[in-house]
Write a new protein. Structure first.
Length: 334
């Protein structure tokens, strides 16, 4: 349909009577409530407070259970503050979604048509928030198997939510350009899609942390073996994500940047922690007397197997990220 036809359709539809969808309005409100619930649960988990004084709903102080087992994968507490950015980003796109209630498109209220803010986006996001709360509750009570399952389901739900948004925007973005909704196209790309993918990527990191604790505490796997297993899962995920985005979903996902940034922060933090942890172990294992007789070629940066795996995964990540940047450059998006 040409731009002239879209303009005619727009002028005709201005006189039509628009009706709200109470089911969609309820779903938008429910998504906001589940967001607030997950935010409260995350604050409780971080501070060790209880819900209305109920002891069974009290989380460990300072999320100490993450560091109780001396996990080789425990991120620095500074990195855990990424949750502030994540929840702020979710708030931004939720507020944008609420603004579409009061705005109109060419044929209906903007939250109804075009259906780029599809009901599946909201319902999967809501379910993911509830699953995240369940995973935190299980994590705080040492139920690491259930916590791992719930956190994995959280990741799946968020990826489904973001994927629906990608496909729907691709279907209707031309119509939105013709009807002077180009700003909404970019707001959906930058806020909704990047926001949900930000949440999904960090939720996958949380899944890795829970899986690591599950292997160590529930199945008796050594910390070194658990670390290798977890980073093997991460490597597989990076390869699959790169293949899907580059060869199957490039036209849909070419404006996504938050997954790469979050993964970069996590890998960098892990490498730093592994290097410091390994060097401290070397210092503790060598007596002061032996330290005086070490030759000049001794290096505290000698790699162990865990650090080697970390570096391999990081190299793959950097390669994938470089290829995406080159592809964007050649397609004139950078």
């Amino acid at each position: 349909m040409t731009a002239q036809h879209w303009s005619q359709s727009l002028s005709v539809s201005m006189d039509e009577h628009y009706e709200h969808s109470f089911s969609m309005l309820g779903l938008i409100g429910f998504s906001a409530l589940t967001y607030l619930a997950s935010l409260v649960a995350n604050i409780m988990f971080a501070t060790g407070t209880s819900l209305l004084g109920i002891k069974n709903f009290q989380f460990p102080t300072d999320a100490s259970i993450l560091y109780e087992f001396d996990s080789k994968l425990a991120p620095s507490k500074f990195v855990m503050y990424l949750w502030v950015l994540i929840f702020a980003y979710q708030l931004a796109w939720i507020v944008y979604g609420m603004t579409t209630i009061f705005r109109k498109s060419s044929s209906d209220y903007l939250y109804k048509y075009p259906p780029v803010m599809h009901w599946l986006v909201y319902i999967n996001f809501s379910i993911s928030n509830l699953l995240y709360i369940f995973s935190l509750f299980c994590w705080s009570h040492g139920l690491f198997i259930f916590a791992s399952v719930y956190s994995f389901l959280t990741v799946i739900g968020l990826y489904v939510s973001a994927s629906v948004s990608l496909f729907k925007l691709s279907d209707y973005q031309r119509e939105m350009y013709y009807t002077e909704k180009s700003k909404d196209v970019w707001l959906i790309r930058l806020l909704v899609q990047n926001g949900i993918f930000l949440y999904a990527t960090w939720s996958f990191v949380v899944f890795l942390l829970m899986l690591n604790l599950c292997l160590v505490s529930s199945f008796g796997v050594s910390k070194e073996t658990a670390h290798i297993v977890v980073f093997t899962v991460l490597l597989i995920k990076l390869i699959v994500y790169f293949i899907v985005e580059l060869f199957f979903g490039y036209n849909y996902a070419k404006f996504l940047f938050t997954p790469w940034l979050i993964m970069a922060v996590f890998l960098l933090d892990t490498l730093i922690n592994q290097t410091v942890h390994h060097n401290m172990n070397l210092i503790e294992q060598v007596s002061p007397f032996k330290m005086q007789h070490l030759n000049n070629g001794f290096s505290f940066t000698r790699l162990d197997l865990n650090s080697f795996v970390d570096y391999i995964v990081t190299v793959f990540y950097l390669f994938f990220f470089y290829e995406m940047i080159i592809l964007l450059r050649f397609t004139n998006y950078l």
